[in-house]
Design a protein around this ligand. Structure first.
Ligand code: PMP
Length: 427
């Protein structure tokens, strides 16, 4: 056990998820690469979904942050905050929601928590619909609605949560159904749930389940759900914490892949938009956002420095059409990985959109999850100089690939070659 790991174990909670048998300390990064404390360089195929939407150490963000930090960081909300107003205006416009209002938080957890506060207050109901296999955060309210048991340590919740089907089709009773039959079965399940409960405030859903392993429902599912929700006045909260900002390539927001479902009532975002500075938030039309009838402040949600980072990062993303890059490079990478997978018995499926790619692993010849092989692939990729993620199901069933959106074709090729070697050395 390395010294820092021993000290980590001695002072931090056991339940913090930590990657690798011999965990690494990342000390710096540039572009799509990071270095560890031993000076080893890695191609980063995971940090894009965590902190680094565009590129590590993006010069425009570094400059904006240091200039703003050298000027002022004060209460985010008690005094007028120019960078906050500017970023809110851009996000309101990009959201497509008419008469949109934006509230900034420090994390995705807090963004979803706020969305739940708004929806339950607006609808005067503390019942919430959530998806099986979902992940929405680590606070009391958000673990309470998280459907993925591996990330939800308590069954106590301030909300009454009802789970509906929709995300996972890789195994279980829904696996054998074609798209139409799957949608019909999920809608019947939703109607059944609604028939036995008080009217819920909202359905919260990730357009592509992130921690759940990058599974997306077939096109048309959310549109069919929305018809039912509208009949009951139930709000739709789109959790865009992983899917926002063009990561899925074809669309700027993940929900747009389900466009027939119409605009969400509430959108939440976070993770890489601040390129490492903590920016999260909620967008909703004014009628919903302004339903709270008591004061609120957020000391750190939307500080001048995090907003400056968000503005610089978003400007870079739009100017360089990184959504288009995600579509092009992601498309090539998916194709390349599918070709690799074709010859490997343990790879069940390569799925994804843009630079959000999941690889489902199974014990060869079965449909069973194979967490040991998955851990071995992760370690072998790291040995080869590639960082990737994992997720999926109640076990870990899938590899997750989410580089910064500026990934080049050459880097995609390099990463695919390392991963191919890691998969072949495991299976
Ligand atoms: N929603 C989704 C879809 C997420 O993937 C995450 C983080 N994994 C969160 C919410 C919570 O975000 P944070 O870690 O910033 O609290």
């Amino acid at each position: 056990m390395n010294d820092l790991y021993a000290r980590h174990r001695g002072v931090l909670p056991d339940w913090l998820a930590l990657y690798y048998g011999d965990p690494i300390e990342i000390t710096h990064g540039e572009g799509r690469h990071v270095w560890d404390s031993a000076g080893r360089r890695y191609l980063d195929f995971f940090g894009g979904i965590l902190t680094t939407l565009t590129a590590h150490a993006l010069p425009e963000v570094t400059k904006a942050v240091s200039e703003q930090a050298g000027r002022i960081i004060h209460s985010s909300t008690l005094y007028l905050n120019r960078p906050m107003v500017e970023l809110a205006e851009r996000i309101a416009h990009l959201s497509g929601i008419p008469d949109a209002r934006v509230f900034f938080t420090t994390s995705g957890t807090e963004a979803n928590d706020t969305a739940l506060l708004l929806a339950t207050t607006y609808r005067r109901s503390n019942t919430v619909l959530a998806m099986r296999n979902s992940y929405h955060g680590r606070s009391f309210s958000t673990v309470g609605i998280t459907g993925n048991r591996g990330w939800s340590p308590t069954s106590l919740s301030p909300l009454q949560t009802l789970y509906v089907h929709g995300g996972v089709r890789t195994r279980g009773p829904f696996a054998a159904l074609d798209d139409r039959a799957f949608i019909d079965a999920c809608v019947a399940d939703l109607k059944d749930v609604l028939g036995h409960t008080r009217p819920p405030a909202a359905l919260i859903a990730e357009p592509v389940q992130g921690v759940g392993g990058f599974t997306s429902p077939p096109d048309g599912l959310y549109a069919a759900f929305r018809d039912v929700l509208r009949e009951h006045g139930i709000l739709w909260i789109a959790d865009e914490v992983q899917t926002g900002w063009g990561r899925t390539g074809d669309h700027f927001w993940g929900w747009q892949a389900h466009a027939r479902s119409g605009l969400p009532d509430i959108v939440t975002f976070a993770k890489g938009i601040g390129n490492g500075m903590s920016v999260g938030g909620v967008v909703a039309r004014a009628e919903i956002m302004n339903c709270l009838d008591a004061n609120s402040i957020s000391t750190f949600g939307g500080t001048q420095v995090t907003m400056a980072a968000g503005l610089a990062n978003l400007a870079h993303l739009l100017e360089h059409d990184l959504q288009g890059n995600a579509r092009r490079v992601g498309g090539l990478l998916i194709e390349r990985l599918r070709a690799v997978a074709a010859g490997l018995p343990g790879v069940r499926e390569v799925r994804g959109r843009g630079l959000m790619i999941g690889i489902e692993l199974v014990r060869p010849g079965t449909d069973d999850a194979d967490p040991q092989s998955l851990a071995a692939v992760l370690e072998a990729a790291r040995e080869g100089g590639l960082l990737i993620g994992k997720g999926g199901g109640h076990d870990t069933t899938a590899l997750r690939i989410t580089p910064p959106l500026s990934l080049t074709v050459a880097e995609a090729e390099e990463g695919a070659a390392i991963l191919e070697h890691a998969l072949r050395s495991t299976y």
